[in-house]
Design a protein around this ligand. Sequence first.
Ligand SMILES: CC(=O)N[C@H]1[C@@H](OP(=O)(O)OP(=O)(O)OC[C@H]2O[C@@H](n3ccc(=O)[nH]c3=O)[C@H](O)[C@@H]2O)O[C@H](CO)[C@@H](O)[C@@H]1O
Ligand SMILES: C=C(OP(=O)(O)O)C(=O)O
Length: 420
Amino acid sequence: MDKLIITGNGAADGEVWASGAKNAALPILCATLLADEPVTIGNLPHLQDITTTLELLGRMGVEPVMGERMSIQLDGAQVKDCHAPYELVKKMRASILVLGPLLAHFGHADVSLPGGCAIGSRPVDLHIRGLEAMGAVIHVEGGYIRARVDGRLKGATIFFDTVTVTGTENLLMAATLASGTTVLENAAREPEVVDLAECLIKMGAKIRGHGSDTIVIEGVERLHGAYHDVMPDRIETGTFLVAAAVTRGRVRVRKTRADILEAVLAKLEEAGGKVSVGEDWIELDMQGRRPRAVNVRTAPYPAFPTDMQAQFVAMNAVAEGTSRVVETIFENRFMHVQELNRMGAKIALEGNTAVIEGVERLSGAPVMATDLRASASLVVAAMMAEGETLVDRIYHIDRGYECIEEKLQLLGARIRRIPG
Ligand SMILES: CC(=O)N[C@H]1[C@@H](OP(=O)(O)OP(=O)(O)OC[C@H]2O[C@@H](n3ccc(=O)[nH]c3=O)[C@H](O)[C@@H]2O)O[C@H](CO)[C@@H](O)[C@@H]1O
Ligand SMILES: C=C(OP(=O)(O)O)C(=O)O
């Protein structure tokens, strides 16, 4: 297992670019299963989760054709086997995103149940219930979701009890090929849902209301080929900006968008950072200043994203003052707290709230990455800690951060990978 060694050396300073968004790329790759013709996806990030998705599509018979500038062409007409096996789904929960497309296009799908993960139980009941409302017959047996439909799925009005990102995406994709109109109410408004909808529209889908909490889809008989570039990764962008805040440095992130990061940028400004924004870049300047502690409460978009919570815990750990960070989306997303405390942070957990008393300095220590964003928070904390931090189990970070050590080196970090 690879490890990262980081020697804290003060202020991050420099420029880096944002890669394509993992959480947009994954549903979009699955959406290619809906078309009868090749669809080309550009600006794909080079990530373990993308490799896993391509392996999953490959098992179904879809052969990826690599193109220029990180693009890949996939042809849904090649599907021979509508099966997502446990050994791949367990590596990546987002594999559940093949369920809606396979069922809508081919009338059946057998997809392993994803199960829980480090951050919480993460059920998929709302995906299943929505597809049943569209006429699918679904049995969960032997750890698999076995879904069938006679003819086409039927349009339905579906109200989500809880806002779910991949649940919205699965039903949005399924509804594109259903007969009649589907209305998704209390739908997720995340920018990645919007990016998926825009790709589907290029493929011939009829969708309106994406980006609001009511999405209306008029089903069509078939979807065709298209080209789509994946949007920039707002969480990767936010992580680099937090690295500037934690280390009292200055970082400019290029090839990104400020309009989808408003809640995060507002909190960075509240922490004392000077935020500047250009057409496709964001800069955070915290040079020579200690961040001020900020309270944070995670909630669905456009509120503060749970995927930035761990990084803000790391910032608050070295900030001036005491803060409260409330996690409302996942029941167990504080695994980074005990590792940050091993580095000298003073964080207490009270149910779904981390109470953080900022300290002047952290010190390097051996720590364990437990999930994707927890790992990012440890790396960012290590950049300002005194001495050396060894981060173990970094396969988590490779799921979601492209070339993490090369990109952080561009910002002046002393970080290297030890292949294991
Ligand atoms: C690949 C991807 O895009 N992953 C993102 C997606 O995950 P994901 O789509 O899995 O997360 P959800 O939005 O579905 O989860 C939100 C909440 O709804 C609950 N729930 C969800 C589905 C369901 O059928 N029943 C149910 O109860 C979950 O347990 C959780 O408490 O959104 C999360 C919340 O922004 C992000 O942290 C993840 O990075
Ligand atoms: C939780 C995340 O991803 P996933 O839903 O793929 O586990 C994340 O991107 O922070």
